[in-house]
Design a protein around this ligand. Structure first.
Ligand code: ADP
Ligand code: MG
Length: 140
């Protein structure tokens, strides 16, 4: 599925509609260049899950867990991971196979431990369509 957005709010709302419908055990991967709107999308997803805490970047902690919503959100940013063993150390399996929703940024770096049944989300710009245009691809 491809959704085009033309401003920040529309991208937020795409995330929110996924969060509204999210079911426990779902794992989303989130791919896109710096500044494309990954955090905007994540904030929308969190809103859809009724999370009330502010969403920040998990870069320095690898995973940030939000538990104020209707189910936990495990927000991973694995950019700084050296080895997948670090994922074992933080107990990723409790998140991947747990009672909430996972959102993983830079998931390609941990491909070997990703379950088959993930939902890839890719956000891209197309400057020919304008500075604020984004194309969001959900699923294969
Ligand atoms: N259609 C759009 N969707 C999302 N963000 C947009 C859009 N148009 C412009 N922006 C801007 O792009 C930036 C995205 O930032 P951010 O979500 O932090 O990116 P990332 O987390 O991918 O690095 C914000 O400043 C936002 O206002
Ligand atoms: Mg970000």
């Amino acid at each position: 599925m491809i959704i085009e957005t033309w401003n920040e709010k529309e991208t937020f709302d795409v995330g929110k509609s996924l969060g509204d419908k999210a079911e426990k055990g779902q794992i989303y991967t989130l791919t896109g260049d710096l500044g494309v709107g990954k955090t905007v999308f994540t904030k929308g997803l969190a809103e859809g899950l009724k999370i009330t805490e502010p969403i920040s970047s998990p870069t320095f902690t690898i995973v940030q867990i939000y538990e104020s919503g209707r189910m936990p959100l495990y927000h991973f940013d694995v950019y700084r991971i050296g080895d997948v063993e670090e994922m074992e150390e933080i107990g990723y399996e409790d998140c991947f196979y747990g009672d909430g929703v996972c959102l993983i940024e830079w998931a390609n770096l941990i491909e070997e431990i990703l379950p088959e049944d993930i939902i890839p989300v890719t956000i891209e710009k197309d400057l020919e369509k304008g500075f604020d245009y984004r194309r969001i691809t959900i699923g294969e």
